[in-house]
Design a protein around this ligand. Structure first.
Ligand code: AMP
Ligand code: ZN
Length: 468
């Protein structure tokens, strides 16, 4: 299996540090709002990488953090007049709901930065002892970037070019020895959350969080470190500097980065305001469609979001689901139990699509080609299976189709769930019917929703609904 390593800028043979085991860390979101579908891209693609590694027989220890202390979280908390913790707790819960709806498996561990402060204080102290970090007079602790020999090896940047970029932006009052030095710990400002430390009451810088959480949950050396390509510099470059300076060992063997999800060829981001939240998309589409859309492109390529591409993902997914549905139906009506000799050959012939699927995934997780192999399997099943086929052949093909889809986190036999948007529409129609005293229609709508497992409750604040 080959994976593209940002460190070497090459596809390399994947050889884990320990046979049969993979230690993998994916940088998680900063939780101050609902996640957008750009944030969903690394979640979906690296969940797929994990599923494929598991399919290959690896025992995967998959860690993904939540950054739950940050300027943006504090700002949001101040705007709402609540604590930063209340904001982060709320959006972690919402993020987990979105992840589940996208069929992203929970990580082995989801550490929170605020619960790992002791480890950060330890790592910062070690870096100071080793001469890689220093506290300034105001209590800020900086990393001494030039002291770390390998700085720039991931982003392939050279220190002098970086220095040139920094020349003009020396902030007055900053007490860095060098403009390239970055923050490990910073003093609190009035009203901000803080922790005691040997240097000042303050909070950690963002980069140190991941170095510490990765070390605690996975050890000093890991196999895969991943995230969006915007994290290559400075976040991952700084993580490498901190971890390797502290531990004296290579930090991660393979660095994987997903390309951006764009809108009109611009990166989707909160700051540009050009985003759709996963929640918004879930009102229009089953989130399996979003997953299918994302996996239709190679994870390193930029991917442009558009209504047309989502519609085409929707019909592609339907084609697969119809194929699975057809097999299910045929299996229920099959008369013959066991495969005939000719059917045995048909079954063996379908192995070619598994081989094709694996070859695609072994080539740096080429999910687009893996999906093509699934389409071919659907077509093959449709042409080779019919009313006379045996239960065994149909069952085998059905299982094969579901298994390949499952590796991509696609539920082939999933039933279409009624969408939140449709539920709201029906509830509004029911309210209108009641207003017009058309109680028969109102009851009918309640019945339609109940059939879909949606329970309505009339309360003083209006109609509430839940899924049974
Ligand atoms: P953030 O909450 O901004 O730290 O982002 C969480 C994760 O989402 C990181 O891995 C980012 O690289 C990734 N990410 C953010 N925006 C996009 C985008 N438009 N396309 C792909 N990945 C993104
Ligand atoms: Zn990180």
């Amino acid at each position: 299996m080959k994976v593209y390593n940002t460190l070497s800028r090459k596809k390399e043979e994947f050889v884990p540090l320990e046979e049969g085991k993979v230690k993998m860390y994916v940088c998680g979101p900063t939780v101050y709002n609902l996640i957008h579908i750009g944030n969903a891209r690394p979640m979906i693609v690296f969940d797929t990488v994990r599923r494929y590694l598991e399919y290959k027989g690896y025992d995967v220890n998959f860690v993904s953090n939540f950054t739950d202390v940050d300027d943006k979280i504090i700002k949001k908390a101040m705007e709402e007049g609540v604590s930063a913790q209340e904001i982060s707790k709320r959006y972690i819960a919402e993020c987990k709901k979105d992840m589940a709806a996208m069929n992203v498996e929970p990580a082995t561990a989801h550490p929170l930065a605020t619960e790992e402060i002791d480890g950060m204080l330890d790592m910062i102290s070690t870096l100071i002892e080793k001469g890689y970090a220093y506290p300034a007079a105001d209590g800020t602790v900086y990393f001494r970037t030039r002291k770390f020999q390998g700085y720039g090896k991931l982003s392939h940047k050279n220190l002098d070019d970086l220095q040139a970029g920094h020349r003009e932006i020396k902030v007055s009052g900053e007490e860095k020895e060098d403009p390239l030095d970055f923050v490990l710990w910073k003093p609190k400002k009035e009203g901000e959350p803080y922790w005691e430390s040997p240097w000042c009451q303050g909070r950690p810088g963002w980069h140190i969080e991941c170095s510490v959480m990765s070390k605690k949950y996975l050890g000093e050396e890991i196999d895969i470190h991943a995230g969006g390509e915007d994290l290559i510099f400075p976040h991952h470059e700084n993580e490498i500097a901190q971890s390797e300076a502290c531990n004296g060992k290579a930090f991660a063997k393979y660095w994987l980065h997903n390309g951006f999800l764009n809108i009109d060829n611009k990166k989707m981001s909160k700051s540009l305001g050009n985003f759709f939240t996963v929640r918004e998309i879930s009102e229009k589409y089953d989130l399996q469609v979003l997953r299918f859309f994302m996996l239709g492109a190679h994870y390193r390529s930029p991917l442009n979001f558009s209504a047309e591409l989502m519609e085409s993902a929707k019909s592609g997914l339907e084609r697969i689901r119809n194929g699975a549905q057809n097999l299910k139906h045929l299996s229920e009506n099959a008369k013959e139990e066991r495969m005939s000799g000719q059917e045995q050959e048909i079954w063996e012939g379908s192995q070619a699509f598994v081989t094709k699927f694996e070859a695609a995934m072994d080539d740096d997780f080429n999910t687009a080609d893996a999906i093509s192999a699934i389409f071919e399997l659907v077509k093959y099943s449709n042409t080779n299976v019919g009313g006379d086929s045996s239960k065994e052949l149909i069952g085998n093909l059905r299982q094969r189709l579901c298994q390949l889809c499952g590796i991509l986190g696609i539920i082939a036999e999933g039933k279409e769930e009624i969408l939140d948007g449709e539920i709201e529409k029906l509830i509004a129609e029911r309210q209108a019917a009641r207003k017009e005293k058309n109680f028969a229609r109102a009851d009918e709508i309640r019945g339609i929703l109940l059939e879909q497992g949606i329970i309505l409750e009339d309360t003083r604040e209006g109609v509430k609904w839940k899924r049974a």
